[in-house]
Ligand binder design. Structure first.
Ligand SMILES: Nc1ncnc2c1ncn2[C@@H]1O[C@H](COP(=O)(O)OP(=O)(O)O)[C@@H](O)[C@H]1O
Ligand SMILES: [Mg+2]
Length: 227
């Protein structure tokens, strides 16, 4: 069953939010998902405690580098998809998780700092693969972006990212309904449509991202039959 990690050396890149979006979207399509919170800041675990999780989702908090491989094994044995939300700095825990991953998603905004952190993270994934004698697929996810026309600087930064790694065609735009997930403790479909505008657009955006992740896994032959 595929293991998808969200990694970036930059705090605030969008790892946790994008993990929640992917996890809840896959679960909404009927798949079983285990999300592993591998960040000591435990933002994902906090999200899971706010309200009842949507059907099909389980969240576990990793207890650290000594246990992460066992936690991943257990998650793989019971779910169609395993999603790992990593901390924003290089660590043995992150190396272990990246080494097990079928796909590493590297979220990035459209500022130079984000792009630099994404490129560093991609290099880290590549080193991790080399040390294990295998290729670990990685792709950049542009997130917190504006849906409007891109400035020259934004295009330049996207160009840098595209020359470093595949970039998801879908961007997770900056949307209140995405950031609101942290407060709601659930998925987009559980948000109150009276309180948030554009939930339907956000769902379509999230679905497009999940579909691209599945395509990428299928290309490598690691997609889940249960998906
Ligand atoms: N696509 C998005 N739209 C709106 N807000 C976002 C989006 N992605 C992330 N955020 C917000 O940016 C902040 C940092 O995101 P987070 O996912 O916690 O980053 P990380 O896990 O990489 O540190 C959070 O406040 C989150 O709500
Ligand atoms: Mg986080």
């Amino acid at each position: 069953m595929p293991i998808i990690s969200f990694a970036s050396s930059k705090g605030g890149a969008g790892k946790t939010t994008s993990s929640i979006i992917l996890g809840t979207e896959l679960a909404a399509s009927g798949a079983s998902v285990v999300l592993i919170d591998a960040d000591p800041a435990a933002r994902l675990a906090k999200w899971a405690e706010i309200s009842n999780l949507p059907d099909g989702i389980e969240v576990i908090q990793s207890t650290g580098e000594r246990t992460i491989l066992d936690e991943i094994d257990e998650a793989v044995s019971k779910a169609a998809f395993v999603i790992i939300d990593l901390e924003g700095s290089a660590s043995r825990l992150a190396s272990f998780a990246i080494g097990e991953s079928d796909l590493v998603v590297v979220p990035s905004g459209e500022e130079q700092q984000d792009a630099d952190a994404a490129v560093d993270t991609l290099a880290e994934v590549s080193r991790e693969g080399r040390s294990r004698g295998k290729n670990i697929p990685a792709a950049v996810l542009l997130c917190r972006t504006n849906a409007a026309v891109k400035s020259r600087l934004e295009k330049f930064i996207q160009g840098q990212l595209k020359s470093a790694a595949p970039v998801f065609e879908t961007q997770l735009h900056r949307r209140t309904s995405f950031s609101a997930l942290h407060n709601a403790g659930a998925g987009l479909r559980q948000l109150d449509s009276k309180e948030f505008n554009g939930i339907e657009k956000a769902i379509a955006n999230a679905q497009a991202f999940a579909a691209e992740v599945i395509d990428m896994l299928e290309e490598q032959g690691t997609s889940s039959d249960a998906a």
